[in-house]
Design a protein around this ligand. Structure first.
Ligand code: HPA
Length: 243
């Protein structure tokens, strides 16, 4: 079984994972954010891709999502778990919480968000449920097995960035029932669906969304919380092959 993991830096040194190779591959949609690092673990082959590239240089609106997902497709990966940092909108959420979203809202613009411009077929994918139920269940079981505090539903709203939101925007997103806000789920998730790759997401709350916290959000705060949570992400990944 080939499993794709999209995440950030520091996710590679996981106990028990045996490094096999690093695959650098461009494709018809351009260059993926980084090379794909391949690891063997418990009958699975893991393909890791760092969404923001080396040293976190690629901002959310500049990620070549099509090249990243097409790369997985060419490698024969049919299952992708993505990990993202988000701000918490729902008042139950606090920094370091884990959310496995079950739905999503796209507020991005000017991103290359489909393969169908380039490929022959013109096609409208069904996206009623943007995440694969089987993969979501694996994430849920993995979190449970590792005794992590997590929320098994939630709506992820994806903003274009790179600026953070205004307080009024967050108030509006709250009114339309968004629970978490990030910048990278779209078009990553629908592109995977277009290529019939199963996709699920685990989000880490790195901060209170704009206007909820009294303090000003800094990028260091987001990266710091994400780094601290890498241990939890690793624990979840280690359990994936068991389910
Ligand atoms: N807003 C958008 N994206 C984010 C945030 C946020 O508050 N935190 C982490 N990624």
């Amino acid at each position: 079984m080939k499993i794709g993991i999209i995440g950030g830096s520091g996710l590679y040194e996981i106990d028990g994972l045996e490094f096999i190779e690093e695959i650098k591959l461009d494709n018809r949609f351009g260059s993926p954010s980084d090379s794909y690092k391949v690891f063997d673990y418990k009958d699975c082959k893991f393909y890791f891709l760092n969404r923001h590239g080396k040293n976190h240089k690629i901002l959310p609106h500049n990620v070549n999502y099509r090249a990243n997902i097409y790369g997985f497709y060419e490698l024969g990966v049919k299952h992708i778990f993505s990990f993202t940092a988000v701000g918490g909108i729902n008042k139950l959420l606090k920094p370091a919480d884990i959310v496995i979203p079950d739905n999503a809202i796209d507020m991005t613009y000017s991103r290359n968000s489909t393969f169908y411009d380039e490929l022959e077929e013109k096609y409208h994918i069904d996206f009623t449920n943007p995440f694969c139920t089987n993969l979501r269940n694996i994430l849920i079981k993995s979190c449970m097995a590792q005794n992590l505090r997590f929320f098994d539903v939630g709506t992820y709203i994806c903003t274009n960035g790179p600026r953070l939101e205004t307080a009024a925007e967050i108030k509006f997103y709250k009114q339309i029932d968004a629970d978490i806000v990030g910048m990278t789920l779209f078009p990553e998730a629908p592109l995977a669906r277009e290529l019939e790759i199963c996709y699920a997401n685990m989000s880490i709350v790195t901060n209170y969304a704009a206007g909820i916290s009294k303090t000003k959000l800094t990028v260091d705060e987001v990266i710091d919380t994400m780094k601290k949570n890498n241990e939890n992400i690793k624990k979840v990944i280690q359990k994936i092959p068991d389910f």
